[in-house]
Design a protein around this ligand. Structure first.
Ligand code: ADP
Ligand code: MG
Length: 455
């Protein structure tokens, strides 16, 4: 079997064993470059992080398949294919020879498309797929191939900064690119939708607003949780939704929580969402954080050693936006102070910015956010009542006071309505244990934390 054929056969088998998005992300453009006399195979991959990912995750599977096809194969080496069309190989930049260009003139200026409202920066090329978003990504890919027919509506939820906006805009951009003007796409943040409805009512122009939306083939609504509870907007959204849905138009919705957890969402809207495809995006795991860091650096034509990337991935876990923030700080440091980065410097940059994000949070703010999340008040939360609905929110508040602010137990007891410190200990331990077992609770705690960070 020649090498090309051998690799094709291997890939088609591999495709059955790993998820399609992963397959596309990591193995697209891969090649079997060489087989030497000792039975060593050399596989070329598109870039460094594909190499790392494939080596760490799929080596065994690939070797197994290859051996089943050719038993003289002994081992595999992975390498990055470098060529004129490929991205530059990652290397640490040396300012002495290379002046960093602050305005990045090689990037064309990107603007929001006035017709679709989409930002071109959000595309699939720059979207890293990993275990936390592969289902959402797979659904997105299916929708693009079969607009309006599959997975309608598509409801995607997850915490702040995890890539919801990026993914839903990428769907829109891809559809626009593939189908040009044959399919009319519109992206709307739900606040904008609410404002339009309010404007329409005030100026008696609701008909204009209605017709604007009903001519659309793909409607992308971001952060739908903001519509919940705003009656007239909800009503209007529901009618628009129905009109589009009945005509097989595609609807894509994002939210920071699942439909069932938007308390003020009208029942009929909620059940419509439940009738489509619901996917969540979670926190990226270590490998994915590394891949994201490398992708972002590459986008800036920059790079860091594997050790430093690993260090960042280890320390920065909150969300992708936080990773971007840290990378920006590192770039800033390189451009303005020194390009000689050591682990100690990186740690210092990370620590100082993480501390900053906690610095301004007070215990009362934590309590307030928890209360709002559960649609109650700080007073209820700290009161004596043992009402069942309030017990868990109270325990979560206690947990967070300890977890985020590291308050002492007596202090927490005091803040939570002069309770005994043993109550604080019990609550903290209960939630710490529970979040490892109960996915829903874990999700709630993550969401609340994010709301607190956003303050
Ligand atoms: P959300 O809408 O969920 O709050 P965003 O889509 O705004 O999050 O993502 C926050 C930032 O992180 C954006 O700059 C986005 O490009 C980036 N980002 C998020 N997820 C990914 C990913 N999987 N790959 C690459 N960049 C990502
Ligand atoms: Mg968003």
């Amino acid at each position: 079997m020649d090498l090309k054929k051998l690799w094709q056969t291997t890939l088609s088998e591999l495709e059955l064993q790993i998820s399609r998005p992963n397959f596309l992300t990591w193995l697209k453009n891969s090649q079997l470059i060489e087989k030497n006399k000792e039975g060593q195979i050399i596989i070329g991959l598109a870039n460094n992080f594909a190499k790392e990912w494939v080596e760490n995750k799929y080596h065994k599977i690939i070797l197994g398949i290859l051996r089943s096809l050719d038993e003289t194969i002994k081992g595999i080496k992975y390498t990055v294919i470098t060529g004129p069309t490929k991205e530059p190989a990652l290397k640490i930049r040396n300012t002495q020879h290379e002046k960093i260009n602050k305005s990045h003139p090689s990037f064309p200026e990107l603007k929001i498309d006035p017709e679709t409202n989409l930002h071109p920066r959000y595309n699939f090329n720059s979207f890293v797929v990993g275990s936390s978003n592969e289902l959402a990504y797979a659904a997105a890919s299916a929708i693009i191939k079969d607009v309006g027919k599959k997975y309608n509506p598509f409801f995607i939820y997850g915490g702040v900064g995890l890539g919801k906006t990026h993914l839903i805009q990428a769907i829109g951009n891809e559809i626009k690119q593939l189908y040009k003007n044959r399919i009319k796409t519109k992206y709307v943040p739900s606040e904008k939708f609410v404002n339009e409805v309010i404007w329409g009512i005030r100026n008696k122009r609701m008909d204009d607003i209605k017709s604007r939306y009903r001519n659309i083939d793909v409607l992308i609504i971001d952060d739908i949780q903001f519509i919940g509870g705003k009656e007239r907007s909800e009503e209007e959204f529901f009618h628009t939704f129905n009109a589009l849905y009945e005509n097989n138009k595609q609807i894509i919705i994002s939210s920071d929580r699942p439909p069932a957890a938007i308390p003020t969402l009208e029942e009929r809207l909620r059940s419509r969402f439940l009738g489509g495809m619901i996917a969540d995006i979670g926190l990226p795991d270590y490998e994915m954080r590394v891949a994201i860091i490398k992708t972002k650096l590459q986008e800036q034509n920059s790079a860091l050693s594997d050790d430093l990337c690993g260090l960042i991935a280890n320390k920065v876990r909150k969300n992708v936006r936080e990773i971007e923030g840290i990378l920006n700080k590192i770039t800033f440091y390189r451009e303005n102070k020194s390009d000689d980065l050591t682990p100690a410097i990186i740690e210092e940059i990370i620590d100082s910015s993480i501390q900053q994000s906690f610095k301004n949070i007070s215990p009362n703010q934590v309590i307030k956010v928890v209360a709002e999340f559960f649609e109650t008040t700080p007073n209820e939360l700290t009161a004596r009542s043992r009402r069942k609905e309030i017990v868990e929110p109270r325990q979560i508040a206690i947990f967070l006071l300890r977890d985020i602010l590291s308050l002492s137990y007596p202090n927490i007891g005091e803040k939570m309505g002069k309770r005994d410190h043993s109550t604080a200990i019990h609550s903290y331990e209960k939630i710490s244990e529970e979040i490892n077992k109960n996915r829903d609770l874990n999700q709630k705690v993550i969401l609340i934390k994010e709301l607190i960070y956003k303050q």
